[in-house]
Write a protein of this length. Structure first.
Length: 194
């Protein structure tokens, strides 16, 4: 299926090519106008390099979904999968009734085709990017920005799920697995573990 190009990313053909060709910023500017594109189903807003928000015209508050890939810059399969999802949603061939935040994580590592530039970004979330020893690294600054954008998304739409796509780099001892987030006083349902 041929994906259609979006005017939002001109002169690039899609979210991924635009991200790879753009400079990486670490600041959250509220004064800068967002680049937006309206479709029949909703509004896309480019919030930062590699961060795209989709707000359907009609949605249920608290039903937001975050899809992220490229936290490790050389995990190309999930990066391309996320890009295909964005392309389909933007071309109106797929309709989402949920607000979505699409994140291509470590853009500089993606541009350099490496796992990371200075540090493993996957270890820098939940405030770990603030530690003095790492705070000035590229990955710490990017993790900080992504956390702030995710907080804004959660405030605006509510957050139900976050799927972080990765590629395995070694054989797994378990055929299929998922990391289930800990929630105090809550046990996972059997269907969630199948």
């Amino acid at each position: 299926m041929k994906e259609t190009a979006s005017a939002m990313f001109y002169p690039h053909t899609d979210f991924l090519s635009h991200t790879l060709a753009s400079p990486v910023t670490h600041s959250l500017s509220t004064s800068m106008p967002r680049i937006q594109q309206r479709t029949a189903n909703g509004v896309f807003s480019l919030l930062s390099t590699g961060v795209l928000q989709y707000a359907p015209h009609h949605y249920i508050r608290g039903d937001g979904c975050v899809l992220s890939a490229g936290i490790h810059g050389n995990e190309t399969a999930p990066i391309e999968l996320l890009n295909q999802l964005v392309n389909r949603l933007m071309s109106d061939t797929t309709c989402s009734l949920r607000p979505c935040l699409f994140i291509l994580g470590n853009v500089q590592a993606m541009q350099q085709a490496t796992r990371f530039v200075e540090l493993n970004m996957n270890r820098l979330f939940y405030g770990a990017h603030c530690e003095q020893a790492v705070a000035e690294t590229h990955e710490a600054k990017r993790a900080n920005l992504l956390e702030r954008l995710l907080e804004c998304f959660q405030q605006d739409f509510g957050l139900k799920e976050h799927y972080d796509f990765h590629t395995a780099i070694r054989d797994s001892k378990i055929e299929r697995f998922a990391l289930y987030p800990y929630r105090e006083n809550e046990q996972p349902k059997a269907a969630q573990l199948e």
